[in-house]
Design a protein around this ligand. Sequence first.
Ligand SMILES: Cc1cc2nc3c(=O)[nH]c(=O)nc-3n(C[C@H](O)[C@H](O)[C@H](O)COP(=O)(O)OP(=O)(O)OC[C@H]3O[C@@H](n4cnc5c(N)ncnc54)[C@H](O)[C@@H]3O)c2cc1C
Length: 478
Amino acid sequence: METLTAALRSLLPHDSVITDPVRLRTYECDGLTYHRATPGVVVLPGTAEQVARVVRLCNDFGVPFVARGSGTGLSGGALPREDGVLIVTSKMRRILEIDLADRRAVVEPGVTNLAITEAVRDQGYYYAPDPSSQQVCSIGGNVAENSGGAHCLKYGFTVNHVEACEIVTPDGDLVTLDRMDPGYDLLGAFVGSEGTLGIATKITVRLCRAPETVTTVLAAFESIEQGGQAVSAIIGAGIVPAAIEMMDALAIEAAEAAVACSYPEGAGAVLIVELDGPSAEVERQFAQLRDICSGAFELRVAADAAERAAIWKGRKSAFAAVGRISPAYIVQDGVVPRTSLPGVLAAIDRLSQEHGIRVANVFHAGDGNLHPLVLFDDAEPGAGERAETVSGAILDLCIEHGGSITGEHGVGVDKSRYMPRMFSEDDLDTMQLVRCAFDPQGLANPGKVFPTPRLCGEVPGVRKGVHPLVESGKAEQF
Ligand SMILES: Cc1cc2nc3c(=O)[nH]c(=O)nc-3n(C[C@H](O)[C@H](O)[C@H](O)COP(=O)(O)OP(=O)(O)OC[C@H]3O[C@@H](n4cnc5c(N)ncnc54)[C@H](O)[C@@H]3O)c2cc1C
């Protein structure tokens, strides 16, 4: 590492290479603070060419590297390696081009999600995917996680909004993956690859036209079951709102304590439904929505942008707010079909009671994307283990109901052990082959996503010798 660090210093400006043990600790974890490691060295390149040179050096020295944007990830994806280099993109924050005629923006990876919208808002445009961390999370991190957000129900995830990516491949080449390229959808493979297939250095994103009308509604129900039924009924009626979010009583209690959002008192669940589009369509959908939510004991409609922001305030601050009602918590992220929501929520409640662990629910209800917040007191012996058990059992529930172990926070280091519950050995081996094709040396973010990382050349890997199908004359090798 010492020789490598000296070489890094010759490549980058002095203040872009961090080795001071105290400063290194700033980078020891992402938003999942349970996993920590002090990086061997941290670099803050300012250009794509510098990223490429750092990666080439890592290859020369056979040293692993991990990309980091803003470190808000919730699955330990940016957890550094003690024997590796952490490549942080926070100095790469330029918006390089805005092309409203083609509805595109070209940005560096460290640009924050919200900064893109802020750059085009006055012209009537915005960038649609909106993770609740959007004020700080980087677009490079969004690409790596295929991030979602409240408005992804109608508009799709990051993958639907990225047109092209310049990347530094794991062996240090600078290449561009474009949606328009014929052949395999390599851009599709890269988006959501959690830093294991290379580092994004320039991203072309789609810009959307701001809708003519936005109507934001807060519906308060006595129980979470009633809220869940309303969600199914809204979608069943053919309405695709821009967002449908739900919070249960415990999540509301936390949000009230943190940001005094003034949600209706005594609510067992609140739904936030946002309708957007042409005025006539929104008016018609709102009339339907009012009928569907007739069981709500209060229905608030935001009269202006300030009231809309007030409704969203409680939801957007919900994760952090939980710190007000519990000393420690695990943010879980799983998906179930929407119709399974009431059953799964009831099962989570049973798990919570069995293990004496409180669970607050706040989630993207329209997508069936649950974010149970599993609360525990880390000073109480055994509470952390019980919370882990509940958290894992929730993922089993999601799989049993035909869902997934992650909706938008990624697998990272946290959920790699759950991958075999969803995928067979063959599935995992096939994914490893893709990884090996991009990263034959296994240096890009190793130890993430897969439970048993294999080196390329081991099984699975490049076959040594003639394939039996070729030998039998059934296939031909070119
Ligand atoms: C309060 C809060 C709310 C959140 N709400 C949401 C939400 O609503 N929806 C949602 O989807 N997520 C949400 N998240 C999770 C998180 O913000 C997203 O996953 C986000 O995309 C991470 O971006 P980042 O810049 O912080 O990435 P980091 O945490 O720094 O990194 C995340 C992963 O991306 C990789 N990476 C980073 N930059 C690059 C790059 N340039 N090239 C290749 N790989 C890279 C890292 O190696 C790592 O694997 C939330 C997090 C918090 C703390």
